[in-house]
Ligand binder design. Structure first.
Ligand code: MEV
Length: 438
C-alpha cells in the first residue's frame, strides 16, 4: 500500500517530516524550508507546542488581534481575538466604540450547570432498576470522593445524579444523567473522571444486587462522557438605548434603521437559511475569543448550535425589541468555558490574553465572550441593512489581495490611499497594481 506507514508516531520529528517530503512533495527543499521557517527559534517554546498534540511537524499561525473599548457592566476591556477573517476585529472594535458612547454592554450569567452522562443497556424490570439506583446513588457519590474533594472545597462538585429511562427511544437504553458545578474550570476532565467512576461502581454493584436476576445483573455500560450541550450554563448580554440616540454618521435616520434592523433579526428567527449565516457571524466573534483564551471552540460551537435549534427549528441566537422608543438587542447562549486548567496554564499567549482580560473568572469570561458575539452580530446587521457587507469586507480584504500580488510596501501605501475613496473589487485592485507597475 503506497503512502501508508506504521509506527509513524514513534519517529522523530525530523524523520516524520522526511517521510512526508519523500511521500508527497516534489520540491522537497522548499517544503522542508517552509516547515522549518514556522518553527520557533526558542527551543523550549517550540517543545511546548510540539507536546500539545501527537505528530507535530510545525506551527500553524493565526493572527492574534485585539478589539479595544468594550465597556461591559461598567468595566473596560480590550478583547483578544485569534482569527483569520479580515473584517472581524474591525467590526468588533467599531461596535464596541459605538456602544461605548451609548452606555456599553450589560451582561449576566444566568446559570453554570454542566452535564455528563453514563449510557448503559439494561434488560429487565424498570422498577428494580429504580430501586437499585436509589440504593447505589450514595455510593456513586462516595466513590468519587477523591476526585471531587478539591472541587468541593472551592464550592463546586457533583450537583445531582438522575436515572433516566430512554427505553422509549431505544430498547433497553438508560442513562445516569449527572449535573456538575466546575467553577472556573471548563471541567471536561473532572466530569469525565467522575462519570467513569460512576460506571465502574454502577456495574460492580449491579452484579451484587440481590433483587436482580442474572440477566438484570449483567448491565452493559456503553460509554461515559460529558455533554457539550449545556442549556443550563447560560449567559445573556444586551445593549439598549433610546432609538434617537442611535443617530450617527452611519445612521442618519434611527427610526428607519431600527425597523430594518429588527426585520433582519426577525428573518433570522424564522428562516433557518438566514439563521445559520446570522449565527455564523456571531460565532466569528465568539470563536475568536474562545480560541485566544485557550478554550475549546468545537465544544462551544456544538453546544451553541444545538441551543439555536432547541425549539425544534434552527433559529437566531440574538433578538431585538423596540418598545416605547427604546431599542434593545440581546443574545442568550450556553457557554462552558474555563479560565484555569487546560491550555490556560500552558500556552503563553493564552496567559497573555487572560491577563489582558484582567484575569477573569469563568463567569466573567462567559460575559465577555457573549458580548463579543453580540457586538459582531450588531456590526454585521448594521452593515447588511445599510451599506451592504461588501464595502467594509473588501476594504479589509484589500491587504490580502495586495499580498497575493506580492505588493511592495510602497505599492501598498499608494493603493490603500487610492482605495480610500474608490470601491474595492478584485479586478479594480488588479488593474491599479498593473497601472502602478507599468
Ligand atoms: C461573514 O463572516 C459573516 C456575515 O455573513 C454574518 C451575517 O451575514 O450576519 C457577514
Amino acid at each position: 500500500m503506497p503512502n501508508t506507514i506504521s509506527g509513524f508516531s514513534k519517529l522523530s520529528k525530523t524523520e516524520k517530516i522526511e517521510w512526508l517530503l519523500d511521500t508527497y512533495f516534489t520540491d522537497k527543499d522548499s517544503a522542508r524550508n517552509l516547515v522549518q521557517r514556522y518553527w520557533n527559534s526558542d527551543e523550549k517554546l517550540q517543545k511546548l507546542h510540539d507536546e500539545f498534540i501527537e505528530n507535530t511537524i510545525t506551527n500553524y499561525y493565526l493572527p492574534l488581534g485585539v478589539a479595544p473599548n468594550f465597556l461591559i457592566n461598567e468595566t473596560f476591556y480590550t478583547i483578544p481575538m485569534a482569527i483569520e477573517e479580515s473584517s472581524v476585529i474591525a467590526a468588533a472594535s467599531k461596535a464596541a466604540k459605538f456602544w461605548l458612547e451609548r452606555g456599553g454592554f450589560k451582561a449576566e450569567v444566568l446559570s453554570t450547570e454542566k452535564i455528563g452522562q453514563v449510557h448503559f443497556i439494561y434488560k429487565g424490570d424498570y422498577g428494580k432498576l429504580e430501586a437499585f439506583f436509589n440504593h447505589v446513588k450514595p455510593k456513586l457519590i462516595s466513590e468519587t470522593a477523591s476526585m471531587t474533594k478539591s472541587m468541593e472545597r472551592r464550592g463546586g462538585g457533583i450537583l445531582n445524579i438522575e436515572l433516566r429511562n430512554k427505553s422509549q427511544d431505544l430498547p433497553n437504553y438508560y442513562q445516569l444523567h449527572a449535573t456538575f458545578e466546575t467553577l472556573d474550570a471548563m471541567g471536561a476532565n473532572f466530569i469525565n473522571s467522575c462519570l467513569e467512576q460512576f460506571a465502574t461502581t454502577f456495574k460492580t454493584e449491579a452484579e451484587q444486587f440481590e433483587h436482580f436476576n442474572a440477566e438484570e445483573k449483567n448491565i452493559s455500560m456503553v460509554m461515559s462522557i460529558l455533554s457539550n450541550y449545556v442549556p443550563q450554563c447560560l449567559v445573556r448580554a444586551e445593549v439598549s438605548c433610546e432609538v434617537e440616540e442611535l443617530k450617527s454618521k452611519d445612521i442618519p435616520n434611527p427610526e428607519a434603521f431600527v425597523n430594518k434592523f429588527k426585520q433582519a433579526v426577525t428573518i433570522a428567527e424564522v428562516e433557518p437559511y438566514r439563521a445559520v449565516t446570522h449565527n455564523k457571524g456571531i460565532m466569528n466573534g465568539i470563536d475568536a475569543v474562545v480560541l485566544a483564551t485557550g478554550n475549546d471552540f468545537r465544544a462551544v460551537e456544538a453546544g451553541v448550535h444545538a441551543y439555536a435549534a432547541k425549539d425544534g427549528q434552527y433559529s437566531s441566537l440574538t433578538h431585538c425589541s423596540v418598545d416605547n422608543g427604546i431599542f434593545k438587542f440581546w443574545i442568550e447562549i450556553p457557554l462552558a468555558l474555563g479560565t484555569v486548567g487546560g491550555l490556560t496554564n500552558l500556552h503563553p499567549l493564552v496567559k497573555f490574553s487572560l491577563e489582558m482580560l484582567q484575569k477573569p473568572t469563568a463567569k466573567d469570561l462567559m460575559k465577555i465572550v457573549a458580548v463579543a458575539g453580540l457586538a459582531q452580530n450588531f456590526g454585521a446587521l448594521k452593515s447588511l441593512t445599510t451599506t451592504g457587507i461588501q464595502e467594509g469586507h473588501m476594504k479589509m480584504h484589500l491587504m490580502n489581495i495586495l499580498n497575493q500580488f506580492e505588493a511592495t510596501e510602497d505599492e501598498k501605501a499608494k493603493l490603500i490611499e487610492h482605495f480610500k475613496t474608490t470601491v474595492v473589487t478584485h479586478s479594480a485592485v488588479v488593474e491599479e497594481i498593473g497601472k502602478l507597475r507599468a
